[in-house]
Design a protein around this ligand. Structure first.
Ligand SMILES: C[S@@+](CC[C@H](N)C(=O)[O-])C[C@H]1O[C@@H](n2cnc3c(N)ncnc32)[C@H](O)[C@@H]1O
Length: 201
């Protein structure tokens, strides 16, 4: 069952990755460092590193045997690096798996000298919760990643950013990141990307 889900998910992940490479890559100056928290297989930040000439490091609560970037284990509470130790911190579809997203965002803000990039889901549109829950389950069940099925709306995201000391530099409130027929059901306004600056910048 897990292998089948991974096979079905592969082309969807591929299309998501191409879109995110363009959207996120455009915000990252070459030569900078990138900490990918919840990097999974490291495919996204590995490709970002290659395309943008970045130095990428992963951090994972459940490190996988195969990862495209160097990865350190993470206890899920304290990011094991000093303040401002990376130019950029990426949280791609990770915060909705975290029991305490504010704590994780505060940690990301502490170690990021320039930017925190958040890609996640967003409720609001009609039947948003069951639609996001379904794609969240389908994307994660094949890898044994636990889903909490909790997703903020736009105001919820803005409140979280404010509380964690981050200000919005740029945001995309709708993303076409899936193959076209899936975008209508699971993409667009259910998908969210924000490029954030630590308040000290
Ligand atoms: C949907 S996958 C995303 C993987 C990768 N970021 C990407 O975009 O391809 C979510 C990842 O977050 C990790 N994760 C779950 N809870 C986490 C937490 N509290 N802190 C850090 N990573 C976490 C999971 O182990 C999983 O690899």
């Amino acid at each position: 069952m897990k292998a089948l889900l991974r096979k079905l998910h592969a082309p969807v992940y591929e299309r998501r990755q191409r879109s995110l490479l363009r959207l996120i890559g455009g915000c990252l100056p070459s030569g900078e460092s990138l900490l990918d928290v919840g990097c999974g297989s490291g495919t996204l930040s590995g490709a970002l590193a290659k395309e943008r000439g970045l130095e990428a490091q992963g951090l994972e609560t459940h490190p996988r045997k195969q990862c495209e970037i160097p990865v350190d284990p993470y206890d899920g509470e304290t990011i094991p690096y000093a303040d401002n130790s990376f130019d950029n911190v990426l949280l791609a579809d990770v915060l909705h798996h975290e029991e305490d997203p504010l704590r994780l965002l505060e940690e990301a803000c502490r170690v990021a000298a320039r930017r925190v990039i958040v890609k996640d889901h967003k409720t609001g549109p009609i039947l948003a919760w069951p639609r996001i829950s379904l794609i969240d389950w389908a994307a994660n069940a094949g890898y044994g990643v636990r889903c909490l099925y909790r997703y903020p709306d736009l105001k919820g995201w803005h409140d979280l950013f404010k509380e964690s000391g981050l200000s919005i530099h740029k945001e995309h409130k709708s993303l076409d990141i899936y193959p076209c027929f899936l975008n209508a059901l699971f993409g667009r306004r259910l998908q969210y990307l924000a490029v954030l600056n630590p308040a000290t910048l």
